[in-house]
Design a protein around this ligand. Sequence first.
Ligand code: SF4
Length: 216
Amino acid sequence: MASEEYPGAEPFVPSPASLDACRLAVQACRGCDLFRDATQAVFGEGRDGARMVLVGEQPGDREDLAGHPFVGPAGRLLDDALEAAGVARDDVYLTNAVKHFRHEGTRGKQRIHKSPARWQVAACQPWLLTELDAVRPAVVVLLGATAGQAIYGPTFRVGATRGTAVPWPTDRLSLAEPPVCVPTVHPSAVIRSRTRDADFAALVADLDVAAGLAPR
Ligand code: SF4
């Protein structure tokens, strides 16, 4: 739902779009309304030329304050899952579908996460595609439905695609070197799960599939 007031991120993406240039430019993005209540934009981080990129939903309370992706509880669980799958965090690139924190209300001192709306995910998509074009991974791990919807559209569900290699939608999204995608759950879903051990093992298994598609 691009509008005159919120045109989407495209006009704010620099050219040439190096990761360093984007990391600076994203702080001035007014592509949707989420910048208003966030501390800062949180851009992706990780290895330049990483074979694997992992995409989450949006920064959380801790990430918003720190300015770095996956530094809160979900990030710690993801670290453990990557380690269990034999993947070094230093070897991957971590980012989110949406770069500003959407929240509503508080629990104690912590602001409560609220999932981004479809139009906000679509508005932020140019930053994600620019990151993928710069990093050029072999595989993109989609951590949860929002990450999948950023690539495959609003009807995407993890469901039956979980842990499988899904082709890049080249008919809709142009990338110089299209990766394959492996959908799985967001680590925060594992944290909330009543069957946490089994769900953690399933996340590790999905990361193992992705690692097999991204040989170093
Ligand atoms: S969420 Fe994305 S599109 Fe919206 S203001 Fe932030 S960087 Fe721009």
